[in-house]
Design a protein around this ligand. Structure first.
Ligand code: ATP
Length: 331
């Protein structure tokens, strides 16, 4: 299991995240291209006095999708409604949300790829024509009653854009592909967080944390908090040795791999002779959900050059053997 979980788990973690969220596009660090594209889209809508087009945000967890949805609402001066794919398990669940939307509101649907098919079909119509058909009554007497909706903007977020059916993908006027952050960008995220938390830290220790944060702001902020705890308990400065000691304690290695990443790599090398092997088989071997391995572990390990995707499955690279200190001759 992850020592530093990918998703916020406790109320304090959630509260911590929400206090750190940038409130507008200027405060949002990195993702230059997406920021420029989004800024243009919002400004054009404002100039034309209309609601912005629907927006799809795609990318691994913790890169800022929820934050961007909140920024869209903030920048358009509208309220944000939050729901998620798993909460929309039938058309009725979605109808309840849509029928109470007011003009211009922003509807954020997290994990939109996990909606039920019937809800998805209702959403196509709502996004395209701002209309839904509601079933009233049951059995032979059931009737479909059309309901007009005011214009609104859907912001969908997904870690798996490929799983969205094409008709739904096509309803979005703009798809933003969020990329992992560079170490320099993460350092800027951490500088901002350190300032907001009044930690008085800058420079080298933040660079150390940034380089172990898997290109992900959520992880960077989380690790900073663990380092702060360590420095507090040991009555030490929040400096580079404190950062190294704290991160070692939480099993985050010099390249940012955590226990789950290493378990996947070790399984690939030791149990499957370096591959090729399917990602689902790897997930079962390490006792983790396939979706977590596919959406979180694999993109990071591929980006780090430690595993490669081939047509026949995943293979460990020489760098992976090197990183784990295993001789490639054991292949
Ligand atoms: N570009 C950024 N600049 C500064 N902080 C950021 C940025 N992106 C994300 N963060 C911070 O990282 C944390 C996680 O971001 P967010 O919840 O928006 O990610 P997400 O992509 O929606 O993740 P998930 O898909 O798991 O819900 C938040 O605390 C947010 O403040």
């Amino acid at each position: 299991m992850n020592a530093i979980p990918e998703h916020p788990e406790s109320d304090t973690e959630l509260e911590f995240e929400s206090t750190l969220r940038p409130r507008n596009l200027r405060e949002f660090v990195g993702q230059e291209k997406v920021r420029t594209q989004l800024d243009l889209l919002l400004r054009a809508a404002r100039l034309q006095g209309r609601t912005p087009d629907h927006i799809l945000l795609a990318g691994p967890p913790g890169l800022g999708k929820t934050t961007l949805a909140m920024i869209v609402a903030e920048e358009t001066g509208q309220a944000l409604r939050l729901t998620s794919g798993p909460a929309l398990q039938n058309a009725g669940d979605l109808a309840a949300v849509l029928s109470s939307m007011t003009e211009g509101e922003v509807l954020f649907i997290d994990e939109i790829h996990r909606m039920a098919r019937t809800a998805e079909e209702m959403l196509y119509l709502a996004m395209e024509d701002f209309r839904i058909d509601i079933m009233v009554g049951k059995g032979a007497g059931a009737q479909s009653v059309p309901l007009d909706l005011p214009p609104f903007t859907v912001v969908g977020a997904t870690t798996r854009a490929g799983l969205l059916p094409a008709p739904l993908r096509d309803r979005f006027g703009f798809t933003a592909h969020l990329e992992f952050y560079s170490d320099a960008e993460l350092e800027r995220v951490l500088e901002r967080t350190a300032r907001l938390l009044e930690l008085g830290a800058s420079g080298a220790p933040l660079a150390e944390i940034a380089s172990r944060s898997r290109g992900t702001p959520r992880i960077a902020n989380r690790l900073l908090r663990r380092v702060r705890d360590w420095a507090l308990v040991h009555q030490a400065e929040l400096d580079t040795p404190s950062a190294q000691a704290a991160l070692e304690l939480y099993d985050v290695d010099a390249r940012g791999l955590d226990r789950l990443d290493r378990a996947v790599l070790e399984a690939l090398i030791l149990r499957f002779s370096g591959g090729p092997v399917g990602v689902r088989t790897l997930a079962v071997t390490v006792g983790e959900e396939a979706e977590t391995v596919e959406a979180v572990v694999e993109p990071f390990l591929v980006r780090s050059g430690l595993i490669a995707r081939t047509q026949r499955g995943r293979i460990a690279t020489l760098e992976a053997y090197d990183h784990l200190g295993i001789a490639p001759t054991s292949r």
